[in-house]
Ligand binder design. Structure first.
Ligand code: DAH
Length: 360
């Protein structure tokens, strides 16, 4: 019996000493495992005389029970301690300032930056942002915009067509953001003032063209809107966007099916060595197409051309970014080279606004 007592003292002491769940498991195996001390003693019961067994049986079972209880209790304590230690080591001081690293690591893509810049400028003039799907019907992309059926302009757009549907119709990847004009005019009442930035697609690829590119459309529809308003809006935009006080602009007659009259707009610039200075100078850069919304387009949207007039414009966001930030090759915008993004990208917390500055 005293042998059992000292064994119990020894095991309980080992349990108390175990300072981790793994150490405690070792103690359990040494006592109650298949070859543990208590298990070995249990095996001897069979060879005992009935009298001895009558005494040793309950004694061993009692020992086994007490050791089991002690192991369980110690396990709970160790679990609790481990959790406390983990919580302590994982505390996070939310009052600490942001680490410099995370601010300088990530970069905002120039297209996202320029989209935010122009959104801030037009929002300041009272324009809302409208959006439409990248996959369009022929109706929104062409027909409603007054492209006659089989007109060469449909081909000029180098359209990506989706496979023909059962009814013979074909969806297209939108070739411009102009379909969002139609979606806006058919879902909102004038006065309308929106810009529509987004992705556009044409089957074209060289230094200044990629199959996917970005445009921003502008649309104003209201009674009495005229070309003077259009010129003012575009001039204010160009001055704010290129961050110059004066900008020379030239409106050249052009043709788009959805505007009449139609114009292309050039801004003055000067090339000094490799640098391109925007605003003044004897050179011209084409930056956008625009015009007064064609009466047929208004009619297609159930608007009365005798009551409402409007103007619209469309320009390439990628081209604006290239001009403003001096990036020579459009293809580099989309090939995911981190070195390019580290160089031309913008700090994420530097959100462009008219008060804080657009690009500084
Ligand atoms: N959708 C034209 C294009 O992609 C750009 C454009 C020209 C849009 C004149 C307009 C506009 O809204 O009035 O080539």
């Amino acid at each position: 019996m005293s042998e059992l007592n000292s064994l119990e003292q020894e095991i309980l002491a080992n349990i108390a000493k175990a300072d981790s769940e793994a150490a405690l498991e070792d103690v359990r195996v040494a006592a109650l495992g298949k070859k543990g001390k208590i298990s070995e003693m249990m095996k001897t019961l069979g060879k005992m005389t009935p009298e001895e067994r009558k005494e040793m049986g309950p004694a061993l079972n009692g020992l086994k029970g007490r050791v089991g209880d002690a192991l369980g209790a110690r396990k709970d304590v160790l679990k609790e301690e481990a959790l406390k230690a983990r919580l302590l080591s994982e505390t996070l001081d939310v009052t600490l300032p942001t680490r410099a690293g995370s601010m300088f690591e990530g970069r905002v893509h120039p297209i996202a930056q320029v989209t935010q810049e122009l959104t801030a400028i037009f929002a300041d003039m009272g324009f809302a942002v409208a959006e439409g799907p990248d996959i369009e019907t022929d109706f929104y992309n062409f027909t409603a915009l007054n492209f006659p059926p089989d007109h060469p302009a449909r081909l000029e757009h180098d359209t990506f067509f989706l496979p023909e549907k059962e009814d013979g119709s074909q969806m297209v990847l939108r070739t411009h953001t102009s379909p969002v004009q139609i979606r806006t005019m058919t879902s909102q009442e004038p006065p309308i003032r929106v810009i529509c930035p987004g992705r556009t697609y044409r089957c074209d690829s060289d230094q200044t063209h990629t199959p996917m590119f970005h445009q921003v459309e502008g649309l104003v529809i209201e009674e009495g809107a005229h070309m003077g308003h259009l010129k003012w809006v575009l001039e204010e935009f160009c001055k704010a966007f290129f961050e110059v006080d004066n900008i020379k602009m030239r409106f050249r007659a052009s043709h788009f099916p959805f505007t009449e009259p139609s114009m292309e707009v050039d801004i003055g610039c000067q090339r000094v060595g490799n640098e391109l200075r925007i605003g003044e100078g004897d050179d011209w850069l084409e930056i956008l197409g625009c015009g007064m919304v064609h009466p047929n387009v208004l009619r297609n949207c159930d608007l009365d051309p005798d009551k409402y007039t409007g103007f619209a414009w469309g320009m390439g966001i990628d081209r604006l970014a290239m001009l403003k930030y001096g990036m020579p090759d459009l293809r580099a915008f989309f090939n995911g080279d981190k070195r390019w993004l580290d160089h031309y990208g913008f700090a994420p917390l530097d959100i462009p606004g008219l008060v804080g500055g657009l690009s500084s």
